[in-house]
Design a protein around this ligand. Structure first.
Ligand SMILES: Cc1cc2nc3c(=O)[nH]c(=O)nc-3n(C[C@H](O)[C@H](O)[C@H](O)COP(=O)(O)OP(=O)(O)OC[C@H]3O[C@@H](n4cnc5c(N)ncnc54)[C@H](O)[C@@H]3O)c2cc1C
Length: 380
């Protein structure tokens, strides 16, 4: 995929204009105060940018995965935390609903998610089960015409303001086949923990959830019993492409800043941009970012074509996240001492970039996904 269609360019321009006008000027302040911009997230819903992939029949704009990537990249270029809210709402909540939900579940949740009337979260990770998802211990026991869910979830993005919870819990024995997925609103027995202090992403809510016999009805199960982990991992196949897009946005912001600053900053009688020692790292980042974006859009195009995209998404996330970390480092170095100061965006980009190598599968896990695609059963 070498060129974008006119429709893609249109949605990219809309997101770029919104991000530049409404997010970028306030991002530093929001980050400094750890402010989650709820009004802005609702406005993204009004514009159809909160869940680009939700079909029109459920209240969304019905765009493709490529459009979602373009939106997430533009938002992340202005503020990585805002991009997370969209990536979760669309990629981790609406996507599994669209994939495995009954018609009644779709009708119940999607129109509210699409317009930003409610926000959702995806609760897979537990204190003792991160990369090893099949080790999760949250349990759902059949009871009272439905299920009672008990256990703990950790690191849940959007969790502090979510009213829709996609929860993965054990309904059977040990291992992957004992896990089922549920979708539920809040209720007695579900407690949302305090915000978890973290290195970056300060405009994104991240909390733990604890479940103590939360009752959900029989219609809360998402997909078939025992198929929950399959749904969780299929969801992450798509979600990783969006994380790659987020990484491209962070890298682009770092590149823009480095170029701007090096052009203006003078040392030894002229702009520092004339020194190859300043130019070359920035040039390397520009080349790597082009490659990261192509990998990302390639994975999205495969998804749009209905083709397998698990390994392509893992490659895109693995590479793009490393480019984001590198680009942010180059930006800090290019700005010298000012790169270390909160007065400039370089230090925020430096802190935000790292998360793209961690969530929705660490870089090691992406390598495992790619290796299994290459080696098949021999890699297991
Ligand atoms: C800010 C933030 C937001 C998040 N949002 C969500 C969310 O919304 N929903 C959700 O469910 N989760 C979320 N997560 C969780 C995230 O996906 C996990 O943290 C991540 O998958 C890693 O799991 P872990 O932290 O338990 O690390 P571990 O699995 O304990 O890994 C620790 C280290 O060991 C390595 N490792 C583990 N297994 C292997 C292996 N087989 N081979 C090689 N190396 C290995 C890892 O790569 C890592 O370096 C979020 C995390 C953060 C930090």
């Amino acid at each position: 995929m070498l060129t974008l269609s006119d429709d893609h360019r249109e949605v990219q321009a809309l997101a770029r204009e919104f991000a530049a006008g409404e997010i970028a000027p306030r991002a530093a302040e929001w980050n400094a105060t750890h402010h989650v911009p709820m009004d802005l997230l609702r406005r993204l819903g009004e514009l159809g940018l909160l869940t680009p992939s939700v079909p029109e029949q459920y209240g969304g704009p019905g765009l493709d995965a490529t459009s979602l990537c373009l939106v997430v990249e533009e938002l992340a270029r202005a503020d990585a935390g805002t991009a997370v809210a969209v990536a979760v709402q669309n990629g981790l909540v609406a996507a599994p609903l669209l994939r495995a939900g009954t018609e009644a579940q779709k009708q119940e949740w999607l129109p509210h998610l699409a317009t930003g009337q409610v926000f959702g979260c995806y609760a897979l990770t537990e204190p003792d089960a991160g990369s090893d998802t099949a080790a999760l211990r949250t349990r759902a026991v059949a009871a009272d015409d439905g299920w009672r869910i008990s256990g703990a979830k950790q690191w849940i993005s959007n969790g502090g303001f979510a009213e829709v919870f996609v929860v993965f819990a054990r309904t059977g024995g040990e291992g992957a086949k004992g896990v089922s997925a549920f979708i539920t609103g809040p209720g007695p027995g579900l407690e949302v923990g305090p915000e978890i202090p973290k290195l970056g992403l300060h405009t994104s809510s991240t909390v733990g959830l604890s479940f103590d016999q939360l009752h959900v009805g029989p219609d809360a199960m998402l997909g078939a019993e025992g198929e929950g982990l399959k749904l969780a991992l299929a969801t992450l196949d798509g979600g990783r492409i969006t994380v790659a897009a987020q990484a491209c946005g962070i890298a682009q912001a770092a590149l823009d800043l480095a170029v701007r600053y090096a052009t203006d900053r003078e040392a030894f009688g002229g702009p520092i941009a004339r020194f190859q020692g300043v130019q070359f790292p920035v040039a390397d980042v520009a080349a790597q970012l082009d490659a990261a974006r192509l990998l990302t859009l390639h994975a999205a195009a495969l998804r749009d074509a209905g083709k397998p995209h698990g390994a392509a998404g893992a490659k895109a996330k693995l590479f793009a996240s490393s480019v984001a970390v590198k680009a942010a480092d180059v930006a800090v170095q290019t700005l010298g001492g000012y790169g270390y100061s909160a007065e400039y965006d370089a230090e925020r980009l430096y802190r935000d970039a790292k998360i793209t190598e961690l969530y929705e599968g660490t870089s090691q896990i992406q390598r495992i996904v790619i290796a299994r695609d290459l080696f098949g059963d021999a890699a297991r």
